[in-house]
Design a protein around this ligand. Structure first.
Ligand code: LMR
Length: 339
């Protein structure tokens, strides 16, 4: 009797409110999956749970990489799409589109200088998403993130499907680097370090909030200054070390996979998932700003308020806001010229 009642209750819930039943697996499309970031990112995503289809897109032939990844003993399938005309089929009905396509920096270059080469990636992907998966979450790794995200937002807006809660610039690598450098300095595991990194993803716009570090950061002001500078210039450190062979790929893939995992956990309905990302924001005078966000079934569930900062951090925010404002304007202008 009890069992029957239970079964009846379950079927009533399913019939009366099927939308209440959380989905557990998703289609994730990676644009630029054949590149230096795309390949390790795809491997890390294959190793994790929750993906029923991993759709790999690139301009080059993707069959080999897709076949290779499809032998990893995890559930879910891997599909491959090559060439510009296969972008729409690749992202079709995706729940999440992650974009790693584009040119990397060379030594001596600033991220901004990549807009001429990579701006089109934002426009093309946002156009494909508008047609083929307008409800998907869209997350960009492609630099310059500070301009690419506003450019994509403009395309989505013009196409009438813009939802600011579904568009992200991935800044997780700044958090990952902060955790590692702080963990090493404090002689603790980076796994035990928590620190928000706000602003944007280039130079002084990357602002780790040492005042909010958990556990409390023990270095003095000089150490904080030095470490902040190292975090802000960590991308350049990799570009220099690679000496003309590109920028961070493996650590970026690690960070990207962590952010994707959080987005998927949010989509599944898990509560309390917080990540920093560069998104449309009303927290400051900048139209796009990176800050801690609670993620959920529709992307951004809630903006965490900016914490009370040290006076040095407040000064740094005041300095970075005009930079991200200008970056956003350049991104939007770029998109408008393309449309
Ligand atoms: C990074 O932070 O490593 C990436 O944004 C790549 C770059 O150009 O620095």
């Amino acid at each position: 009797m009890l069992l029957l009642d239970g079964l009846k209750l379950l079927s009533n819930i399913a019939l009366a409110a099927p939308w209440r039943l959380s989905r557990r697996t998703f289609k994730v499309a990676i644009v630029g999956a054949g590149g230096g970031i795309g390949q390790p990112l795809s491997l890390l995503l294959r190793s994790g749970p929750g993906i029923k289809e991993l759709a790999l897109h690139d301009l080059v032939e993707m069959k080999g990489i897709a076949t290779d990844l499809s032998h990893v003993s995890k559930s879910g399938m891997v599909t491959s799409f090559s060439g510009e005309n296969m972008l729409e089929p690749a992202v079709s009905c995706a729940d999440l589109v992650v974009v790693a396509a584009g040119m990397p920096r060379l030594p001596g270059m600033q991220r901004d200088q990549l807009m001429a080469a990579n701006g089109q990636v934002a426009v093309k992907v946002a156009t494909a998403v508008s047609v083929a998966c307008p409800e998907a979450l869209l997350a960009f790794i492609t630099n310059p993130v500070n301009m690419i995200v506003p450019a994509a937002a403009e395309v989505l807006k013009v196409n009438g499907i813009y939802d600011p809660c579904r568009l992200f610039g991935i800044t997780t690598l700044d958090v990952v680097r902060s955790e590692k450098f702080i963990g090493d300095f404090m002689k603790i595991s980076p796994d035990n370090v928590k620190i928000p990194v706000i602003g944007g993803h280039a130079g002084i716009t990357i602002l780790p909030l040492f005042s909010q570090c958990q556990p409390e950061f023990h270095g003095d002001k000089a150490v904080i200054k030095e470490m902040t500078h190292r975090i802000q210039e960590a991308g350049t450190e990799v570009v220099k070390a690679k000496a003309g062979k590109g920028s961070a790929t493996l650590s970026m893939a690690f960070a990207g996979a962590r952010f994707v995992d959080s987005l998927l956990r949010g989509l599944k309905g898990e509560k309390g998932i917080v990540e920093c990302a560069y998104v449309a924001s009303e927290l400051t005078d900048a139209p796009f700003f990176a800050s801690p966000l609670e993620l959920g079934k529709d992307g951004i569930e809630r903006f965490l308020p900016l914490p009370t900062m040290s006076s040095t951090e407040e000064e740094a925010v005041a300095k970075l806001i005009p930079v991200v404002q200008e970056n956003a304007k350049e991104g939007i202008d770029f998109a408008r010229k393309c449309l």
